[in-house]
Design a protein around this ligand. Structure first.
Ligand code: PLP
Length: 398
């Protein structure tokens, strides 16, 4: 794959006098110029509220907004556009399911999650009267499928699991996980925040009941997310938030609700950023999700080899199937110190618990450094990272 760095205006700058090396795409990805232009053009030529007006601008805005929904349907291979619900992000999509599907949970009901979940797929369930059953992970950072099967009981209501870990990079064997749950008539929600931007996703092939992701991790704007749900799964859910756009009729005695997807889209949505997201999705499909996956796999291979050769550096997570995510510790140097020194070299990495504290507990570390790759990264970026780590070692005399 040729380099796409020049498509991203933000990446051409210097940080502390050094060329920016952005290795924090798992936290949020940068936007190509086409996305920024699409948002500006939308505001300059087509902005109005959607689904409401009969005037030309409203019709244009509605068409652009709905085109994004259709584009997502196509990319996910979903059966219908109405199975795509716009939210403000993965977090709000999971909370939507928790607050509707989970509405009638009893305190001794159970939701199965895994030890590698982001806090967004732990805390929404803890706000409900429900118990969490947790699938353990191996030292390599892989799901233990045998233990998983043992967690089902007559109280199990849902399996809610990440497609890929934001710390370990592990890509979970979702098809198998979903098949096992369905054999027991249990629906599955997938947290696709990390996977969607980096690999092809086919919800029909996976056969998941719900799939969630965020636009900002997929080279789109912030404030937009998606909940995919099978029609029959979404139809069973009560409305989430009440307000404009989600109703069919309203009186003081009784209101009736709009059909899918509008039933779950109360209020004015983030129109401009949904329109901008369309440009990001076009950009991704033009490059090809398979090509992006291959490119990042190669980067991961190179980076793993180079980082493993650094004495004292320990990579956390060595699953067979991984995204371009490399988390590590370096002797007993605090991850924040490492990230600060790297920042002085122009290298942006993340340090901390990465909103996945149970993984830190599992691997018995307080925190770690994470370098995560996007489609714009190159082997030169990895070389810069290695150089930065060597500098850190020299400063700390390790
Ligand atoms: N799930 C995973 C695996 C993530 O990595 C993240 C963000 O880092 C989220 C959920 C939450 O995404 P958002 O903050 O966009 O809602």
């Amino acid at each position: 794959m040729s380099s796409h760095k020049s498509d991203f205006p933000i990446l051409s700058q210097k940080i502390h006098g050094n060329p920016l090396v952005y290795l924090d795409s798992s936290a949020t990805a940068q936007q190509p110029l086409v996305v920024l232009n699409a948002i500006q053009q939308y505001y300059e030529a087509s902005h109005a509220n959607v689904h409401r007006g009969v005037h030309e601008l409203s019709a244009r805005a509605t068409t652009l907004f709905e085109n994004t929904r259709k584009k997502i349907q196509k990319m996910l291979n979903a059966s219908h556009a109405h199975e795509i619900i716009f939210t403000s992000g993965t977090t709000s999509a999971i909370n939507l399911v928790a607050n509707t599907f989970g509405k009638n949970f009893k305190p001794d009901d159970e939701v199965i999650i895994s030890e590698m979940e982001h806090h967004s797929n732990i805390v929404p369930w803890q706000l409900l009267p429900v118990k969490l059953k947790v699938i353990p992970i191996s030292d390599q950072g892989e799901i233990d499928l045998t233990e998983y099967q043992k967690l089902f009981s007559s109280k199990t209501k849902l399996v809610s699991i990440t497609h890929a870990s934001n710390v370990l990079g592990t890509v979970n064997p979702l098809k198998k996980i979903i098949e096992i749950a369905h054999q027991k008539n249990i629906p599955v929600l997938v947290d696709g925040a990390q996977a969607f931007p980096h690999m092809p996703v086919d919800v029909l092939d996976l056969n998941c009941d719900f799939y969630t992701f965020s636009a900002h991790k997929a080279y789109g704007p912030t404030g937009v997310g998606v909940l995919y749900g099978k029609t029959e799964a979404l139809q069973k859910l009560p409305p989430y938030q009440g307000g404009g756009a989600m109703i069919e009729s309203v009186s003081f005695e009784k209101s009736t609700y709009a059909p899918l997807p509008y039933k779950f889209e109360a209020g004015t949505p983030n129109i401009a950023n949904v329109v901008g997201f369309h440009a990001a999705l076009e950009y991704l499909t033009n490059i090809g999700m398979e090509n992006i996956r291959e490119h990042e796999k190669k980067l991961l291979e190179v980076a793993t080899e180079k980082l493993n050769a650094i004495a004292g550096l320990k990579i956390i997570g060595s699953a067979k199937e991984k995204l371009g995510v490399l988390s590590f510790t370096l002797k007993d140097i605090h991850p924040h110190d490492i990230a600060t020194i790297l920042d002085r070299e122009g290298i942006a990495v993340r340090a901390g618990h990465h909103c996945a504290m149970p993984i830190m507990t599992r691997f018995n570390i307080p925190a770690c450094v994470r370098a995560s790759f996007g489609l714009y990264n190159t082997v030169d970026d990895i070389d810069a990272l290695v150089k930065g780590i060597e500098t850190t070692k020299r400063i700390f005399h390790v």
